[in-house]
Design a protein around this ligand. Sequence first.
Ligand code: GDP
Length: 692
Amino acid sequence: MMVLTKKMIEIRSMLQMIGKSDTLLLPSIVVIGFQSSGKSSVLEAIVGHEFLPKGSNMITRRPIELTLVNTPNATAEYGEFPALGVGKITDFSQIQKTLTDLNLAVPASECVSDSPIQLSIYSRNVPDLSLIDLPGYILINSEGQPPELSQKIDDLCEKYIQSPNVILAISDAPSDLANSAALRACMRVDPRGERTIGVVTKMDLVEPSRGASILRNRDYPLRLGYVGVVSRVPQQSGGIFSRSSGNFTDSVTNNEAAYFSAHSAEFGKSSELAVGIRTLRTKLMRVLEQTMASSLQSTSDAVQQELEEATYEFKVQYNDRPLSAESYLAESLDAFKHSFKEFAESFGRAKVRELLKGELDQRVLDLLAQRYWNKPVSDLAPSLPEPDPLSALPKAGLDSVYWQRKLDASTSSLTKLGIGRLATTVVANALQSEVDRLIAESSFASHPFAQQAITAASTGILNERFLGTSDQVENCIKPYKYEIEVNDSEWANGRQEITSVLSHELKACEAAVKSVENAFGGKRKLQDVMSYIDRIRKGEVVLEGNGVGGAGGFSAALLAKGREALFLRDRATILRMRIAALKSSQCAHPASKYACPEIFLDVVANKLTATAVLFLNVELLSEFYYNFPRELDRRLGRGLAKTDVERFAREDRKVRGHLDAIRRKELLEKVLGKMKTLNLLEESERREGHRE
Ligand code: GDP
């Protein structure tokens, strides 16, 4: 028969996992009583261990949903807090400490909390029971307690003592039962005394004859009756109380038995009074079983309805699409790897060449500006004759060592730039930012955990390859540091490329002039300040001071803008001139390299790029394309623990909703299946009962 309670308790725990729902409740036994009425002592006597929070100031602040599971074949006894996930706790003083901590976690301002603590205890010595310990009623607020405490406790108890729960109403014998807060509450919600068990504690503190008459209470008769108990752990030995053994249960029950048998005249078998913790335990098991059995049908109807709703929601919202945390991760990972593969196919040698050449074009432009085009433009030292910014360009005397040295120095600046490090950095950065883009476009975008793993995978590989690649590239471009030969076709190609780079630069320069003009509020004003600066340069005007506070009616800020515009104008002029030169017959052959340093440097840049690309492709790209997907598998695929997969999937709000819907549906199906079996079991037991 007891199988039913056990199964029902299992179902109760499953229903708790499904989540709060008023319709999905199986009955439990709720324990109420005044503070210090002996509530904890009774519960501990039933469990056979001290485990409830104690202490002068320790009032229970949260309901404790206590599930007792009888494990007939197990030797070890242990407790579990399912919501905390801390595993089995075999030390009951540790359970007591955890309960105390959970209790103290409720802020004093909140007084008591509705949110229950779930605790399961597994032991061969406990019956299958589901009990809820509630905060004890208090009469008047003692000092330091918030004034609304008493009302809050009343409200909390009121919520739990509703049908179909069984109420265990604790009252202590020395107090008048008429004043028992527990019994008064029961009279209100269970006026006919149908589902209340009265427990009278501290029977040893009243005269046995009085104790017996209390148990015969005629004022509030209960169908399930009253049970008298002596549930305190004896403190001193001697007298009728003695610690017969170290065992808690034996110690309580033996002393209780000693008391009742010492007063067998009042409590003996013939008196028909129910006394003792054992009697109480048996009664609780029987009553819970009956109550659960009678609510089996209504609960299974409620579960059926809930399941229909869950099935409907799953169909409407998720189109019956199956999903698990594992499948979601696997699909996301596959999609990511697929988009990475697509990227890898598009990002080959040609792309790397383009990137690197673009970077070197900038370096070449800088070098040209530094060594050929720019002259110091100073309006701060007008006494020195200002050289013509264009005079430094090769025009005549090209055979002179001067121009040869200039080109040699420029070439060597380019080849000794640290090409290895530069090229590797450019490509590694490009790969990293592409991976970032792929993450942002993938379903991993809403998963910080996965993002971190993917980024770690790519930086890990890139960092590991960095030094080796950079050294290799540097080594291979070494010959160019000594000698560079240029043939006609390389020259023609360089001529074309650098002309287009300069044209591009010219456009950028002109756009920059435009934006300075706009910032100035018109071309005219800009021209005024520019011609003023021009006159300073030519020595026609002497700048007072150093122009910090402004000059010539222009503010310092205007002068600065003017200088910027002048610089851009000069640069545009030079660029136009050089483009014309490059296109002219003067620059048609490699022989004219001193006159056309732009083309020569472009050819050098091209040679450096081609060699670097060769090694970057082998050392960095291919390695990265091969290792990255494997590294992803290692970090996000098979290597991931189940809890991490679950945590990952639940990071996404939509996926979480989807998974919850499936889990709810599955749990309800499982519960319903179990309930159907139980219904059959119960029916057959009833039939057997009739036959007997
Ligand atoms: P709670 O506040 O209702 O949980 O009450 P406790 O179980 O903590 O008991 C309050 C006090 O009454 C404690 O000092 C217990 O030792 C004592 N007590 C509990 N049950 C009995 C009993 O049956 N007989 C005697 N003499 N004392 C008891």
